[in-house]
Write a protein that binds this ligand. Structure first.
Ligand SMILES: [Zn+2]
Length: 73
């Protein structure tokens, strides 16, 4: 292997390593574009504010309300 090829290999390996790190640092799932409950489009500012969200504001509130009330009775 020529030295310049070797240097390129190292560069590539470093690049791949950084890509892997970036992927690992990123949230495991992206925000949904539409609500999983009602199918309405989720506003982009909500999707960015809450990475990984799957529901619109109303459905999320409803979901949290139900979760909070579970086991309280
Ligand atoms: Zn919804």
């Amino acid at each position: 292997m020529r030295p310049e090829d070797f240097a390129q290999q190292i560069e590539l390996a470093e690049w791949e390593h950084n890509q892997e790190k970036a992927i690992r640092a990123a949230p495991s799932r992206p925000s949904a574009e539409t609500c999983a409950e009602c199918g309405d489009a989720i506003p982009e500012d909500r999707r960015l504010a809450e990475i990984g969200c799957t529901r619109c504001v109303e459905c999320q509130a409803q979901h949290e309300y139900e979760q909070n009330n579970r086991g309280r009775r």
